[in-house]
Design a protein around this ligand. Structure first.
Ligand code: ADP
Length: 458
């Protein structure tokens, strides 16, 4: 087992990894930017090294700075968390060259599965259904027009290096394609330094359903069931739950087997998530793979009882899945996660500043993953996620009732948060019914607007 791990991240996920290491008796090294000097991940790690100015490009994304810190602290391994360097194959390669274990898949596998249009082709070869679309990157608008013509409108243009819902455009007719192609490409170039686009058939009312996998370094792969992530705003997840009401035990088992076979074929290693869209007829199509731990890994932990971060570390240290995970994996009860963001609940603008009061809910089946505290600062430089509130119940109804109670006891003052928005969503009949798709939030906002108008008239 490793003696010392450097955590190349910040916020709640850095603290989450530190907690796993502490429980495993592994020493930890935090890295931090000047803006995060007083952060909890810095306080709770055994050692902490400042790696640069506030901007992520100059600190958390600065590979030489992170590697120097790892060498100075003499660590055996680096955990990248999610975002930042977690899916950067070059970083994993530098770790390997520096003789430091990267806790994640090898760079060759990240290249194969992390680039979205390559992953599509890989999955197609492994006989996993994909949506009709381009065979790879689109060379230009004219190739995009030909491709859209053969697939049939509507189509969606997507950034090959994409993430976080950026660089995507829905195209409903040939007339609007050239302008939307330019927009998507320049947005992708700005966000990811790569303007490459590919195309897929656009599904009007899909559910977003993803499968968690674990793969050891001996060729064993295990699917840990699915998460329902259809509650999204601007293609970004807001609320996740496990299991999904749309997946029967039989489908879970069948798809799990297909995914396990496919991950074996590609030589997948460590934790990963295989994402699908489900169409109106219940058919599932692969859309992308995330070659890292995800924000919403918590709900899979709650329903399976498996600590995914500890599993990642043990896999990277060479342990076999059979030593780490008791099989068969059983799904118990229902778990829901709310992403609590530092943002205005109606305008959705980021809300940086100092937290003046902070009190967390607790109780049976209530989990909060956060690195925030009273008098803590939310800097304007990073992701707006400040906490994840996770509730686990015997069934979906109990999990929802627990979430409503927990949200009402979650106090954050000094900045705006998405807590009031979450409270309204949990009161919404469509959400409570469980029958929704990725356009839920648009309908929800319309209903909210109508309600406000009726109240104003009364
Ligand atoms: P990102 O990596 O940016 O998160 P994804 O490929 O995972 O992008 O897609 C994010 C979301 O965008 C999906 O959950 C879904 O809501 C929407 N989306 C993506 N592809 C399609 C598609 N072909 N049809 C309909 N919606 C899509």
């Amino acid at each position: 087992m490793f003696h010392k791990i450097l955590i190349a991240n910040r916020g709640e996920i850095a603290l989450r990894v530190i907690s796993a290491c502490k429980e495993m008796g592994i020493r930890t090294v935090a890295v931090y930017s000047e803006a995060d000097r007083h952060s909890l991940h810095v306080k709770f790690a055994d050692e902490a090294i400042c790696i640069g100015p506030p901007r992520a490009a100059e600190s958390y994304l600065n590979v030489p700075a992170v590697i120097s810190a790892a060498e100075i602290a003499d660590v055996d391994a680096i955990h990248p968390g999610y975002g930042l360097l977690s899916e950067n194959a070059n970083f994993a390669e530098v770790c390997r060259a520096s003789n430091i274990k990267f806790i994640g898949p090898p760079p060759e596998v990240t290249r194969l599965m992390g680039e979205k249009s390559t992953a599509r082709q890989t999955m197609k070869k492994a006989r996993v259904p994909i949506l009709p679309g381009s065979d790879g990157i689109l060379a230009d608008e004219s190739e995009a027009l030909d491709c859209a013509c053969s697939i049939g409108y509507p189509v969606i243009l997507k950034a090959a290096a994409g993430g976080g819902g950026r660089g995507m455009r829905i195209v409903r007719s040939a007339d609007e394609l050239p302008a939307l192609f330019q927009q998507a490409s320049s947005e992708a170039a700005g966000a990811f330094g790569n303007g490459d686009l590919y195309m897929e058939k656009y599904i009007e009312r899909p559910r977003h359903i993803e499968f968690q996998v674990l793969a050891d370094e001996h060729g064993n792969v295990l699917s840990l069931g699915e998460r329902e992530c259809s509650i999204q705003r601007r293609h970004q997840k807001l609320i996740e739950e496990a299991p999904s009401l749309a997946i029967t035990p039989r489908l879970r088992a069948e798809l799990g087997k297909t995914i396990e076979r496919c991950m074996k074929d590609v030589g997948y290693r460590n934790a990963g998530t295989v994402e699908f869209l489900m169409d109106e007829d219940g058919k599932l199509y692969f859309i992308e793979m995330n070659t890292r731990i995800q924000v919403e890994h918590t709900i899979t932990e709650m329903v399976t009882g498996i600590d995914l971060v500890k599993a990642q570390i043990r896999i990277a240290a060479g342990e076999r899945l059979s030593e780490i995970v008791p099989t068969p994996v059983t799904i118990t009860g229902h778990a829901i996660e709310c992403r609590i963001n530092a943002e205005h609940p109606e305008k959705f603008t980021p809300s940086a500043g100092t937290i003046t009061a902070f009190s967390l809910p607790g109780g049976n089946g209530v989990r909060v993953d956060t690195a925030q505290y009273a008098e803590g600062v939310v800097p304007p430089y990073y992701d707006s996620l400040i906490a994840k509130l996770v509730c686990h119940g015997h069934n979906r109804e109990e999990a929802i009732n627990k979430m409503q109670r927990a949200l009402s006891q979650f106090v954050v003052q000094g900045i705006y948060t998405s807590i009031p928005l979450h409270q309204r969503i949990f009161d919404d009949p469509e959400f409570r019914s469980g029958h929704f798709d990725t356009h839920f939030m648009e309908r929800f906002f319309t209903r909210q607007g109508e309600k406000a108008e009726a109240e104003a008239k009364a």
